[in-house]
Write a protein that binds this ligand. Structure first.
Ligand code: ATP
Ligand code: MG
Length: 439
């Protein structure tokens, strides 16, 4: 038996409605904010990610699925959403005047990282996210953060906290980097192995180390917020003022750094308390990436976006016992006594479906008792039972499962206006009586 690859999952029909519910709520929200969907390829040139996400990031240095195709092209399965969207933005000149500006898009789909699988961490996982191009306005930062916030609210999630930070401009960060290295260096031997490796090529990552060895030193480390230029300070102040004005609770946390190299100025994460989504705590993260478009060969256009892990979101919804609407109940279920009614059943069910009903029939001719069980499971509002009599007569009997009332209807009336009959038999009982009395 060939089994699924490590770190992948089958999302089965019995759980798919939870996914579709989240996707539907998100899509409605994206529409409301005028973000349009973009679908970029699952695989891209390896260089796209090494140049955008950055060689010193965990994603590129350890987690990428990359390979050479039969044409010797170096290819990667996309590990995150922003790089591909930025490439598409440049390649399709989406910054042009014929497109609404700022240019706003959203995406949903699978991403791939070679990681150690555990709760909330897979090798193929799903993200939804948004990107905005062409606006330096701090209001854009706030719009994107608010969108994520509203999504959590509408899904009914509680106790998710928003943490924000500013990484300043690259020049600010350069100075800060030196200060941080200078502060950590004397403690080099006491740092975790990972942090020792990171100290010189990506020292900011030491700040979000989960290792207790590092945490002692991180507490007292210099703060990026003391290194911001006036311009970055003003930008970050504006973001905070607007969030306050919108009553979105947040916390400034100068230890939030994000794992990707391309961020600057505002960055943010939505985090939850320990053990709700395994060892993980971040559900959604994002920020500003003003230099990225240029860095991969496009014009000088600022960007802002976030990525949200759908598996972690669903785990959290489970954990918080958020209720998810079930499938619509079935309007009509047709029971079949035996194979002699096969053709009539098919004709009826298709007529009902074409009239817009959610309809199902029996195909297996098991006992009527078990067929009623199926109808009950599907929460069928109406049932029709077919036997010899119904094959030979012009009439069928339709039963309202809720009231128990049975109504005789001619097949002709059904085929004429199946939906009308359905309405009469399910919603308005006075009409049912009238119909019954033939008035
Ligand atoms: P972590 O620190 O947990 O590895 P990250 O910083 O690598 O997260 P991002 O690159 O910011 O994650 O991705 C955005 C979101 O995508 C994460 O907050 C998380 O919800 C989700 N995510 C990232 N990697 C995985 C994964 N391997 N499996 C499931 N979800 C993931
Ligand atoms: Mg990661």
């Amino acid at each position: 038996m060939i089994q699924k690859m490590k770190g992948t999952v089958d999302i089965l029909p019995q759980e798919i409605h939870r996914w579709q519910y989240v996707e539907d709520v998100a899509r409605d929200l994206f529409d409301q904010y005028l973000y349009r969907e973009i679908r970029t390829p699952i695989f891209e040139a390896y260089d796209l990610f090494s140049r955008s996400v950055g060689n010193s990031s965990d994603i590129v240095s350890k987690e990428m699925y990359d390979f050479f195709d039969k044409g010797e092209r170096h290819i990667s399965l996309r590990p995150e959403g922003t790089a591909g969207v930025v490439r598409a933005y440049i390649e399709n000149k989406l910054f042009g005047p014929e497109h609404a500006q700022p240019f706003k898009v959203y995406y949903m789909g699978p991403y791939f990282r070679y990681e150690r699988p555990q709760a909330g961490r897979q090798r193929q996982f799903n993200q939804l996210g948004v990107e905005v191009f062409g606006s330096e306005n701090p209001a854009t930062d706030v719009e994107v953060i608010s969108l994520a916030w509203q999504l959590f609210q509408e899904l009914g999630l509680k106790e998710i906290s928003l943490q924000i930070n500013s990484l300043g401009k690259p020049a600010d960060r350069q100075v800060y980097r030196q200060a941080l290295i200078a502060y950590l260096e004397p403690h080099f031997n006491e740092l975790s192995e990972d942090s020792q490796k990171r100290l010189h090529d990506n020292p900011l990552r030491v700040l979000d180390s989960k290792d207790p060895k590092d945490k002692r030193f991180v507490k007292e480390a210099p703060s990026i917020l003391d290194y911001l230029s006036d311009e970055s300070k003003e930008h970050f102040d504006q973001v905070q003022l607007m969030l306050k004005r919108l009553n979105i609770p947040f916390e400034v946390n100068d230890k939030v750094v994000r794992g990707l190299d391309y961020y600057q100025d505002t960055i943010f994460e939505f985090v939850v308390d320990d053990n709700q989504i395994g060892a993980q705590s971040t559900v959604c993260g994002g920020g500003r990436y003003d230099g990225l478009v240029q860095q991969i060969g496009g014009p000088e256009k600022p960007g802002f976006g976030f990525g949200l892990g759908i598996e972690r979101l669903l785990l959290l919804m489970d954990q918080q016992a958020v209720s998810i609407p079930d499938y619509e109940p079935v309007d009509l279920y047709i029971l079949c006594r035996d194979a002699s009614v096969n053709q009539l059943a098919m004709e009826l069910v298709q007529n009902a479906r074409q009239a817009g009903l959610i309809a199902e029939r029996d195909y297996l001719f098991r006992s009527i008792k078990s067929q009623f069980k199926t109808a009950g499971k599907l929460k069928a509002k109406l049932t029709i039972m077919l036997g010899d009599q119904e094959v030979n007569s012009e009439q069928v009997i339709i039963k309202n499962q809720e009231t128990g009332i049975e109504t005789e209807i001619s097949k002709e009336d059904l085929y004429d206006d199946f939906y009308g009959v359905y309405r009469r038999l399910t919603t308005d009982t006075s009409v049912i009586d009238k119909y019954f009395r033939g008035e």
